[in-house]
Design a protein around this ligand. Structure first.
Ligand SMILES: Nc1ncnc2c1ncn2[C@@H]1O[C@H](COP(=O)(O)OP(=O)(O)O)[C@@H](O)[C@H]1O
Ligand SMILES: [Mg+2]
Length: 238
């Protein structure tokens, strides 16, 4: 009953692919399990755009005297997002505690039903939102997303230190955009000298996802097979 496992997809760095990895993994898991996504990116919610439901609004119902959100069901996933709730122009000026309070409410007031997995798409940074998620939502696992750049790796190390302090277990790192695959080709093109992420970050690399045109244009009905090994790896830990 309730939510069996909560997995946060996180990274201190923006633009490394947290939302992309979260959307693809959730869709992959939803083939076999009951899955939800909580888009906690208060600064730039994206999941409602990726799943093409940005014009929807979760229905608000009063249940046991409390206002509750009915999540949007899309591609077999139950979704609630800051993007449905926030007036983004105003939210940009909110202070940290207001924003992190909003994440807590979004999680608690949503009627998730019984879920096997709730994925949380985290904002960039190491600020209030992370403290709230760690203390109030208490994910069972964290997956860190990085790309093969010096800056992303340094920020991933920052995230790792923070989660260690918050005592939230990290399963490992996703090496996103680590090589390129161009349309109609199977060739793997490594454009940059690769960084040994396990040595640099000190966490297991769960999988490497290429940079592709399809992944840049997420379509939940046309899932990328590149996520299969990552899914198989994650299922062992959760
Ligand atoms: N594996 C990938 N292949 C191609 N484009 C990607 C890939 N991962 C992310 N992107 C693109 O990179 C940008 C940043 O990704 P996003 O998921 O929004 O990152 P974050 O949530 O960490 O800010 C987006 O434009 C996204 O479409
Ligand atoms: Mg994002």
């Amino acid at each position: 009953m309730g939510i069996k496992q909560i997995i946060a997809v996180a990274s201190a760095k923006g633009g490394v692919g947290k939302s992309t990895i979260c959307a693809n993994l959730a869709t992959y898991f939803a083939k076999d399990f009951k899955v939800g996504i909580l888009d906690a990116d208060i600064y730039g919610p994206n999941q409602h755009i990726l799943f093409d439901v940005f014009k929807s609004k979760p229905e608000v119902k009063t249940i046991d005297g409390k206002k509750s959100f009915i999540p949007i069901e899309v591609n077999n996933i139950f979704l609630n997002s800051m993007g449905f709730i926030l007036d983004e122009d105003k939210a940009a000026m909110w202070r940290g505690p207001m924003l992190s309070g909003a994440i807590k409410q979004l999680k608690e007031l949503t009627q998730w039903g019984n879920l096997d997995y709730l994925f949380i798409d985290m904002p960039p940074g190491t600020g209030d939102a992370y403290l709230t998620v760690a203390s109030e939502i208490k994910p069972n696992h964290v997956i860190l997303v990085t790309s093969q750049s010096k800056l992303a790796v340094q920020d991933t190390i920052k995230s790792k230190t923070m989660f260690e302090k918050l005592k939230i277990p990290m399963i490992g790192v996703v090496d996103n955009m680590s090589y390129s695959v161009y349309p109609n080709s199977e060739e793997q093109i490594f454009e940059f000298p690769s960084i040994n992420l396990e040595n640099e970050i000190g966490l297991k690399v769960l999988g490497s996802i290429p940079r592709t045109k399809d992944l840049a244009n997420f379509n939940p009905n046309n899932l990328s097979t590149f996520f299969e090994p990552l899914y198989n790896e994650l299922i062992k830990f959760t």
